[in-house]
Write a protein that binds this ligand. Structure first.
Ligand code: MN
Ligand code: MN
Length: 470
């Protein structure tokens, strides 16, 4: 930089590159953190598995179920699970609950392909499964790749069978086929969103006939027999199952310098992991710290395990009762309204291969740190939470004082599309809310990409929020 430009530097804002701002010791911490994160997402391929992994790590740090305690006091660590698909962790602070909570809320569902209730059929020497995709996927990305099957089957007697096939080294995997290029003349004429139809996402589950030439539907029968041997189920049990198809295999380092991670479900398990690690380490916090992990964000935060459920308010009500030995609705409302939230969700990173959909000045960049998104929405900010400048101003001070490399971001160019997070749902209780999370490349693809540097800075930002934000 020339003498002249240095002289005027104070007038300008410049983004910072995490790798250039950290010392050797912190660089090692970034890499180590990435290794543990990889372990976490490999074990958390569904919302149910994410809850298991979150609760396991919480229990190891001394968290106990809310309904196992008779009162709460400063420093106590409690959790509550919602139907095995959502969970909230609380580290009770010095101040009483009514002064507000510091909440970091992420979602643990990810785009995938669900089995229909009557999935199994045979055709032309194959056994296949009918599916209905979940969340915003580009359907053409999910064909001709190894897939795993996860979920639960509830038998008539109430027994819950857990299914997990495809991620152990010696497991078979599943596949969705595509048309060979030689015969794709008509397919090539279709636009990308129609080239692979939703009803064509049929998953191959078998190809051997049942060992009885006289048997009817012998390919389907053979699959049913194998499932019966392994799980004791019959075809009717699919009717009361929740089975999910996800990419098979582990996440991987990307690049010769290993700075990035490609993995399934960074959106939003990378924010779940970073907020989990932050809340597990929080102590001596003034405000009660909350790690909130919810389901169904990818389909609109609906249902009893999505953010729109009263689960979270009920949990806070229970805590208020444990604190005071009585409950008042007014107290709950004050607690919520005095709370502050980091809606922890991923942001769309600038992709140099597709600059036309992103605006250079306002896109978040890979390696430039945790990303604060003031507003999401689409077409004139419609549906956005659009955080208050006063709140963002306080976070700016917090982050700068704690050496957190952060940037701002937006969800693509104006009028190019858009999206949302759980932010607006918590804002409805009059909390201060802003989106803050990890920038991602290829969002919603079977394998998404994040930078280890951004993952670490996101953790640091959540940690500072829990420890110091008032
Ligand atoms: Mn998300
Ligand atoms: Mn998403």
């Amino acid at each position: 930089m020339s003498q002249d430009s240095n002289k005027y530097k104070k007038y300008f804002y410049e983004k910072k590159l995490v790798w250039e701002e950290i010392n050797q010791k912190e660089r090692q911490a970034v890499l180590d953190f990435g290794e543990d994160y990889k372990k976490f997402i490999d074990l958390s391929k569904t919302e149910r598995n994410s809850v298991k992994e979150i609760v396991k790590r919480a229990q190891e740090q001394g968290f106990v179920p809310i309904d196992s305690v008779n009162s709460i006091e400063k420093g106590m660590k409690v959790y509550t699970i919602n139907k095995d698909k959502a969970v909230a962790l609380f580290v009770i602070g010095e101040d009483e609950l009514e002064s507000g909570l510091n909440i970091v809320g992420s979602h643990i569902d990810a785009p995938r392909i669900d089995l229909k209730q009557c999935p199994l059929y045979e055709d032309s020497g194959l056994s296949l499964l009918k599916t209905h995709y979940y969340g915003g996927i580009k359907k053409y990305q999910w064909v001709t790749m190894p897939l795993a099957l996860y979920g639960v089957i509830i038998k008539e007697n109430g027994e819950k069978i857990e299914v997990s096939i495809g991620d152990n080294e010696d497991d078979p995997v599943f596949f969705i086929t595509d048309i060979l290029p030689h015969l794709a003349k008509d397919q090539y004429k279709k636009n990308l969103s129609e080239a692979i139809a939703g009803e064509d996402l049929n998953v191959i589950i078998g190809s051997l006939p049942y060992d009885d030439k006289e048997a009817k539907d012998k390919f389907k029968l053979n699959v049913l027999r194998l499932l019966n041997d392994k799980y004791g189920i019959t075809e009717e049990d699919f009717l009361t199952a929740e089975l999910e198809i996800v990419p098979a295999g582990k996440c991987r380092d990307v690049g010769i310098d290993r700075g990035l991670i490609a993995g399934y479900g960074h959106d939003d398990r990378v924010c779940a992991y970073t907020s989990l690690q932050a809340v597990l380490e929080t102590k001596n916090n003034k405000k009660t710290a909350v790690g909130l992990f919810v389901d169904k964000e990818e389909i609109g935060s609906v249902g009893n395990t999505g953010m729109n459920s009263e689960f979270f308010n009920n949990a806070v009500s229970e805590l208020l009762y444990l604190e005071k030995g009585k409950f008042s609705g007014l107290e709950l409302r004050r607690t919520l309204a005095n709370s502050s939230v980091l809606s922890s969700d991923v942001a769309a990173a600038f992709d140099p291969t597709y600059p036309s959909v992103l605006e250079k000045l306002n896109s978040p960049y890979i390696g430039n740190g945790v990303t604060l998104v003031k507003f999401t929405g689409s077409g004139g900010k419609s549906g956005a939470n659009d955080a208050n400048a006063e709140y963002i101003g306080k976070l700016r001070k917090l982050f700068n004082e704690n050496n957190i490399i952060w940037q701002t971001g937006e969800l693509g160019k104006v009028d190019q599309g858009g999206g949302g997070t759980i932010a607006y749902i918590l804002a409805k209780f009059n909390m201060d809310v802003v989106d803050l999370g990890v920038p991602v490349l290829s969002m919603h693809a079977p394998y998404e990409i994040v930078s280890k540097a951004d993952v670490y800075m996101t953790y640091k930002a959540y940690k500072a929020f829990y420890d110091y934000y008032i």
